[in-house]
Design a protein around this ligand. Structure first.
Ligand SMILES: Nc1nc2c(ncn2[C@@H]2O[C@H](COP(=O)(O)OP(=O)(O)OP(=O)(O)O)[C@@H](O)[C@H]2O)c(=O)[nH]1
Length: 303
């Protein structure tokens, strides 16, 4: 008999407060390191699409940044980006951390979701961290505040119930075309991923010594004719001289280490040898300057 299955596709936005496990989920589903994972909050500051293609479906995931109450302009940008995204997608996954339970961050997001018509799934992540008895009362807490299309407990880290979640997502998506070629994992410009890889290494290697407010600007990506080598020139932007010292390290040792580790990841990403030239620049209070936000690629038009 002829297979009558119609092709389904849609855009899915993942929203949740910092550290709930959005990147871990995306990486598990897409199977490649496309979103940056970190123990520290606020590492994902732009939208990244992960595309999952099967024979009869295509799921396009949008990883919204960790939403928090706006304290400065970067926060405003992120919230505007997130709410615009909510209206445009087919489905929203509201991811929460059962290890922490309902907190003010979740309430804030639910307030943002209140007036959005798009269906919302409540995804309770990190179920490996709590006793199952605690789950139902927690679900009730969320449910009294909002109606959800589906409620799905998962462990993004261990993979429990992730398949079920994918099936339920598919059930709720409309018939639609394959928007992207099957081998496309992310349509985000490589520039952004490269800057996030460098940023991740800088945050990780300096431990708690530099704040998350550092940014990485990619100045140039070039390839000389007939050569295998790709040249990447990037600047790490910090807010204070003392932070510059930390990032550079003794006789440049820290910067060298950041560069080496980032280069390996960039080579994996681009599938080519890379020469990475890294600079460090102090720019005071860059977060509060909208013009700078634009310089670093946070263009409002993009949202
Ligand atoms: N135990 C457990 N830990 C998890 C699970 N999912 C994610 N984590 C951990 O939680 C931390 C944060 O995960 P991320 O995936 O970076 O969180 P995120 O929501 O993308 O964070 P932002 O990018 O800051 O918004 C990491 O240390 C993950 O290993 C889970 O299902 N169980």
């Amino acid at each position: 008999m002829e297979n009558q299955t119609k092709h389904k596709s849609g855009f899915i936005s993942i929203v949740g407060r910092p550290n709930v496990g959005k990147s871990t989920f995306l990486n598990r589903v897409i199977g490649q390191k496309i979103a940056i994972m970190s123990d520290k909050p606020q590492t994902t500051r732009n939208k990244i699409q992960g595309v999952l293609t099967t024979n009869d479906s295509q799921l396009i995931f949008i990883d919204t940044p960790g939403i928090h109450k706006p304290k400065h302009k970067l926060g405003d940008f992120m919230i505007k980006m997130a709410t615009n995204t909510f209206r445009e997608v087919d489905l929203i996954l509201f991811m929460v951390n059962v290890d922490e339970g309902l907190g003010r961050g979740d309430e804030f997001i639910m307030d943002l979701l209140k007036d959005v018509k798009t269906p919302v799934f409540l995804v309770l992540n990190k179920i490996d961290t709590i006793h199952p008895d605690k789950l139902l009362p927690m679900i009730d807490q969320y449910r009294t505040r909002q109606t959800f299309q589906e409620v799905v407990p998962i462990s993004a880290l261990e993979g429990n119930n992730v398949e079920t979640l994918l099936e339920q997502i598919l059930e709720n998506l409309p018939e639609g075309p394959q928007y992207y070629p099957a081998d496309q994992i992310t349509d985000h410009p490589e520039r952004f991923i490269i800057s996030e890889l460098i940023r991740e290494k800088a945050l990780h290697l300096t431990r708690e010594e530099i704040p998350h407010s550092i940014a990485v600007s990619i100045e140039k990506i070039s390839k000389e004719e007939g050569k295998e080598l790709i040249n990447v020139m990037a600047t790490i932007i910090v807010e204070r001289d003392s932070q510059k010292g930390i990032v550079i390290g003794k006789r440049g040792a820290m910067l060298k280490e950041i560069g080496q580790r980032a280069r390996e990841d960039i080579e994996n990403l681009l599938g080519s040898k890379v020469y990475l030239e890294l600079w460090v620049k102090v720019q005071k209070d860059w977060r509060n300057k909208a013009s700078n936000l634009r310089d670093f690629g946070f263009k409002e038009d993009d949202y």
